[in-house]
Design a protein around this ligand. Structure first.
Ligand code: GLN
Length: 304
């Protein structure tokens, strides 16, 4: 009983201190709150995904942050001091292989900056896009790969707050007559295996879908006349349009009724500590202008 009382006293004292001093813990609680808000916003922005499970996850860290010992909470993924990141460096300007053989691009710079904020080393593993989700929590801790948040993927992994809005584009030979959704029916369509472009193409009536691991191989087949079009995300489409300026045009998927997509970092399911840490780092970078500087450096002008 005495012990219990002593513990109670300590707890009360601690709480008094926290309130009086406006300590770091309080700041943490504030940050967590704004991140939670952002997460909730993201949740409600995505169609009607009022999953009670997700709401619970978002609320949990807030409670934890109010207790001093929560400061010690370390995501299992970061316990070794290394953040192992999976990407598919075939998706410029988000990720590509530099002349020195190393992956670079907007996503790579972004995750390295996040790693720096979290005080961990970032190691990037270049792998097939289609293997990323299944490798999270095993070979890799997280994936950043211009990855669109989808309900199917959310069954296997969690996502950070979204950091970019995109849409699928249609790359066409310059002389193509394809101009609307109905024109895509029955066509030979190139896509990257396991991407949202692939999922869209498979829904098109009579389409012959050719799946590639490398987007560039699809575009080469388009240029060689083996395909009628390639469906791929906006920014890579614009990069390929400028690379093959004499042969192809990239058309906004809105013209084909394709919907907007949100990119986010995929993280192990249930790792709310890591989600909070990544979201806070992301928010800090948005607030202090680092995020915009990366957009300018890597994305703007990438298709010129
Ligand atoms: N945004 C698309 C998806 O998530 C394509 C990503 C990619 O090819 N790297 O499926």
């Amino acid at each position: 009983m005495k012990k219990f009382l002593a513990a109670m006293m300590t707890a009360v004292l601690c709480m008094g201190l926290l309130t009086a001093c406006g300590s770091a813990a309080e700041e943490t609680a504030e940050t967590t709150e704004s991140v939670t808000e952002a997460t909730n916003e993201a949740e409600s922005a995505e169609e009607e995904t009022a999953e009670p499970e997700a709401a619970e996850e978002a609320a949990q860290p807030e409670e934890e942050a109010a207790q001093p010992e929560a400061e010690a909470a370390v995501s299992e993924a970061l316990a070794d001091g290394v953040l192992n990141v999976g990407t598919n460096a075939e998706f410029p300007p988000f990720e590509y292989v530099e002349d020195n053989g190393e992956p670079d691009g907007f996503d790579i710079a972004l995750i390295k900056a996040i790693g720096e904020k979290l005080g961990v080393e970032v190691q990037v593993e270049n792998m097939e896009f289609n293997s990323l989700v299944a490798s999270i929590g095993g070979k890799i801790d997280v994936a950043i790969a211009g990855m669109t948040v989808t309900d199917e993927r959310k069954e296997m992994v969690d996502f950070s707050n979204s950091y970019y809005t995109a849409v699928q584009y249609v790359i066409l030979p310059k002389d193509s007559e394809i101009a609307a959704a109905a024109d895509l029916e029955g066509k030979a369509i190139g896509v990257q295996l396991g991407t949202t472009g692939d999922f869209i193409a498979e829904e098109i009536a009579g389409a012959e879908v050719a799946q590639y691991n490398k987007a560039l191989d699809a575009v080469n087949d388009l240029v060689n006349g083996r395909l009628d079009c390639v469906i791929i995300d906006k920014n890579p489409a614009l990069v390929f349009e400028s690379k093959f300026a004499d042969q192809v045009t990239a058309v906004d998927g809105a013209q084909f009724n394709f919907e907007a997509e949100e990119y986010a970092i995929a993280i192990p399911k249930g790792d709310t500590v890591l989600a909070e840490q990544i979201n806070s780092a992301l928010q800090e970078m948005i607030d202090d202008g680092t995020f915009d500087a990366l957009v300018e450096e890597y994305i703007e002008g990438s298709n010129e």
